[in-house]
Every structure is written in C-alpha cells, then in structure tokens.
Design a protein around this ligand. Sequence first.
Ligand code: SAM
Length: 209
Amino acid sequence: MSSLTSYKKLVRSYPILTKQMTKKRLEIILRELNTVIEADIPGDIAEFGCYSGTTSLFIRRLLDTWEEPREFHVYDSFSGLPPKSIEDASVAGSDFKAGELKVSKRDLIKNFKKANLKLPIIHKGWFSELKEKDVPTKIAFAFLDGDFYDSIIDSLTIVWPRLNAKGKIIIDDFGKSNLPGVSRAVGDFFKNKEVNLKHEQDLAIIKKP
Ligand SMILES: C[S@@+](CC[C@H](N)C(=O)[O-])C[C@H]1O[C@@H](n2cnc3c(N)ncnc32)[C@H](O)[C@@H]1O
C-alpha cells in the first residue's frame, strides 16, 4: 500500500452496513490492523462476533489493499447473542437479550458477495465449543465483539495464547455501561497477567507487554 492513511480512505469510501459499528471506532480498528500488517507481524486475522459483516468487510478491504495472503477467520453463533450471565447485569436493564442480533451465515455471505470481496473462513457455533482445528495456530490481530462477559472470556481464552508477541487484540464496547460484562471480563481475564491496555472510543486496544 502506498499511503499510510489509506485505511482512512476506506472508511470514507464505503458505507457502514449496520449500527453495530461507527466510523470513529472503525477507523481505530483499521489503524491498529494497519500497523500490524505494515510491521509484517506473522499470524492470521480473526473476528469473534462477526454478525452480518459490518466490520469484517472493512477488514477484508484493508487486507486486500495490502494484497495480504494471510487467512481471515470470522466466528459467530449465527443464532444471535447467548443468555446473559450475572456479570452482564446493568442498570440499563433489559437491553440485549438472548437471541438478539441473529443473522444467518447466508446474510454474511451475501454482504461479501455484494461488495465483491473474497469470503473469510466462516465458523458457525458458540465460541466455547470451538475445536483446536477451528482456530489458527498464530494470530496477529483479533477483533472481539461478543458483547457479553462469557463471550469475551471465551474469545480471549482462545486468542491470547495464540497471539503473536507483537500482535494486537481490540475489544469492542469496553467501558460501556450498558454492556458491563465486557470490561468485567477484561479485568478478570488479565487479573494475573501482564498486559498493555489502552482505552479509546469504547475500544480496548490490547498488546503483550
Ligand atoms: C455486536 S454483534 C457483532 C457486530 C460485528 N462485529 C459487526 O461489526 O457488525 C455481536 C455478535 O456476537 C455473536 N456472539 C456473541 N456471543 C457469542 C458467543 N459466545 N459465541 C458465538 N457468537 C457470539 C452474536 O451472535 C452477534 O452476532
């Protein structure tokens, strides 16, 4: 890629398909992915909680800009959100119920085809039920967007041991009062681990120290 700011151009040039992402957050996610690609950090790319592909489409576009051969894996139940746990309880009350945000794998594929983009490797199922063969052995960049405590713990449990020493994880909804399980999961997961965490625009940007 010739220009370092091309990821900004991508955000400006294409529509954001759903309310699950904003331009500001998307720009940060792509900026961080861009640094990983630019520095040639080895490993695949993953998104846990891809929904209908709002963010996945942009990740694919950025990988294409760099002509990146690495694999892009996306994960979702395609049954919507799981039940909340006690750690997800918030004063915001009954927002986000089990089964909400349900889309089909076909919806995701349709969005990629419409955008004329190469399909990611799509994994359907609960994060907690993924097998070794479903997950890349080395991850350079992961975007975690599972909304709830257990979903974030489950995806971190998969990604952290596989994350390249110079790779990055971005977690959506960090610090948001209506999804308190996300920050609680991050706090609990990293309680006894060394981690470098930056908070920007409801995103946690996480690196190994
Ligand atoms: C907020 S949406 C993701 C939005 C998506 N990243 C985007 O940019 O459009 C959350 C998604 O995570 C999925 N999800 C949440 N917890 C999950 C779990 N434990 N296992 C599998 N999928 C899960 C839901 O089905 C839902 O599609």
